[in-house]
Design a protein around this ligand. Structure first.
Ligand code: DGY
Length: 341
């Protein structure tokens, strides 16, 4: 009897130690949805950063030291210095589709798995793109400012406050990945004509479905009424939109950027806007985020600014939280991630 009791006790002890051992140490740099945190807490000791956002690099380096998992966001720069400080790190799960803030090469060389959240944010980002197009062409935010500044009576004339009609305009999509395709679909619905440029053209079937025509970069710059950027940020796309390109664009054209800020040379953009080389811009992303308080963009009327909210709908952010947590747990358990880079 005593032997059985001791055996059972040993098993229980063993299980307890086993399950204690199985709890992973993870750092979460920003609050996620409750459901995602609860999922994480079932298997991990969660260290949720609660201070200043984004977490200061020094702080990140300090906190990541003993962690096996990291949940990060696009503002957290996970570079070589950070990664080399995290000897136990096995998985980085980013709350984003973009992963240009992570040094992928270094992480992969350390066999660290990287999770991200594509697909679920495609629609939300495409919706915001369309929102920015409608806003800048029809001058919605500008009108809002006019009303709030009590200047409505100054725009009574028939020509005083005209926008640009969307229907019939040519949208040039740069990057025909998931988000670019969704923008093309929605643009069709608004009566726009779609041309696009991509490293490779998409299949003829897809082109027919999207009513989209593949063109060279130059043809796209010259013919588009609206240019919308949907490429990832990397050394090839750094300052892709610069003064040379703005000079090629129609003087009546608009630029929309919901991808990454550094794809556009902001200094050149401001000049192009001030000198009326292009007519306007709708932006969700910036070279520096949050945008600098003295950015000249803040003083221009032909600019619509959104605070990097492409994926920010209740529906999408919930899904992103859940996937981010799931990716991390799966990776830590040695399983295949839902979405891995
Ligand atoms: C992304 O997921 O990369 C978007 O920019 C939202 O942060």
């Amino acid at each position: 009897m005593k032997t059985i009791f001791l055996v059972v006790l040993n098993i229980i002890n063993g299980l307890t130690i086993y399950s204690m051992k199985k709890r992973f140490s993870v750092l979460v740099t920003r609050r996620l949805h409750r459901s995602a945190l609860e999922e994480l807490e079932k298997k991990c000791n969660v260290h949720l950063h609660s201070g200043e956002i984004p977490i200061a690099k020094k702080n990140l380096i300090n906190k990541i030291k003993d962690m096996e998992g990291l949940i990060c966001h696009p503002y957290d720069i996970v570079d070589e210095e950070v990664i080399s400080n995290a000897e136990n790190l096995k998985v980085i799960s980013t709350f984003s589709v973009g992963y240009d803030h992570i040094d992928i090469k270094i992480a992969k060389s350390r066999k660290i798995k990287i999770g991200y959240t594509p697909e679920v944010l495609t629609n939300a980002t495409a919706e915001l793109t369309i929102g920015l197009i409608l806003d800048i062409l029809r001058r919605i935010s500008e009108g809002d400012r006019i009303i709030r500044n009590k200047k409505w009576n100054q725009i009574f004339g028939a020509y005083d406050y005209t926008g640009t009609e969307i229907s019939g305009k040519i949208i040039g999509i740069i990057g025909m990945g998931r988000i670019g395709r969704e923008v093309a679909k929605k643009a069709n619905g608004l009566g726009m004509k779609v041309i696009y440029h991509n490293r490779k053209s998409v299949s003829k079937r897809l082109e027919r479905m999207l009513k989209a025509k593949y063109v060279s970069e130059n043809v796209l710059y010259k013919n588009s009424d609206i240019i919308s950027l949907h490429v990832p940020y990397n050394k090839n796309t750094h300052h892709l939109m610069n003064s040379k390109i703005f000079k090629k664009m129609k003087k009546t054209s608009f630029l929309i950027n919901t991808s990454r800020g550094k794809i556009v040379n902001e200094k050149h953009l401001v000049t192009a806007l001030k000198t009326k080389q292009i007519q306007g811009v709708g932006m969700d992303v910036y070279e520096v985020e949050p945008i600098k308080k003295d950015s000249p963009l803040l003083k221009l009327e032909n600019v619509v600014l959104a605070p990097h909210v492409g994926s920010s709908t209740k529906e999408t952010r919930q899904k992103m939280s859940d996937i981010t947590a799931k990716n991390l747990i799966l990776g830590l358990e040695g399983k295949r991630l839902l979405y891995s880079v």
